[in-house]
Design a protein around this ligand. Sequence first.
Ligand SMILES: Cc1cc2nc3c(=O)[nH]c(=O)nc-3n(C[C@H](O)[C@H](O)[C@H](O)COP(=O)(O)O)c2cc1C
Length: 202
Amino acid sequence: MDVKEAIVTRRSIRKFKETPIDKLILQELLEAARLAPSGTNIQPWRFIAVTSLEMKAKLKECTIGMKFIEQAPLIMVCCADLTAVDKRSERISELVESGAFAGTGIDTILTDSQNKPQRDGAAQLAYVNLNVAIAIEHMILRGVELGLGSCWLMLFRQSKVKELFKLPDTMYVTALVPFGYPDQEPEARPRLPLENIYLGEV
Ligand SMILES: Cc1cc2nc3c(=O)[nH]c(=O)nc-3n(C[C@H](O)[C@H](O)[C@H](O)COP(=O)(O)O)c2cc1C
């Protein structure tokens, strides 16, 4: 399967077979997330794989009516580690050393403390979540290639999920994503036509 086919055939799956997900497949999903790009390479994504019946039942209770997640063999709790931003300088040094910016002049811009982005709490959270979302979609598309269905889920109570997993204040739950072998073949869902989203070429 090529990337285009994964993009075209992916659906939000809300009905799963009981077939468990092999540990090696879980590793493949995590590896797809690990390789995602992120701003100055901060890599703020953190994941908890929930497979036990007990924890899946508890996690279901943290959602707003998303009962279907309980029958997924795996629910990935996808988190943003807000402290990842504090290691920005380290990550930039690694990038500079790896030659990522060679000949571009970007290294001098990034290492100048005057150019450090000034983001308030909300903007910082949005930024970190944006990076985690990219990793999640990597994982979802790799899942499609491996025959797995999944569904983004944001209808849950943040505080309840954090309490369940005893997550510190520096961690934010970006999304829950159930994964499993699809037990349904949904039609493609509606999309806006191209003319609504493409504002043109200049
Ligand atoms: C950020 C995000 C949050 C979502 N939250 C939920 C959710 O809480 N529950 C749910 O059933 N589907 C959720 N979805 C799935 C969307 O409903 C779905 O992607 C959309 O209807 C298009 O259908 P498709 O994914 O099958 O193409 C979410 C999708 C995204 C990208």
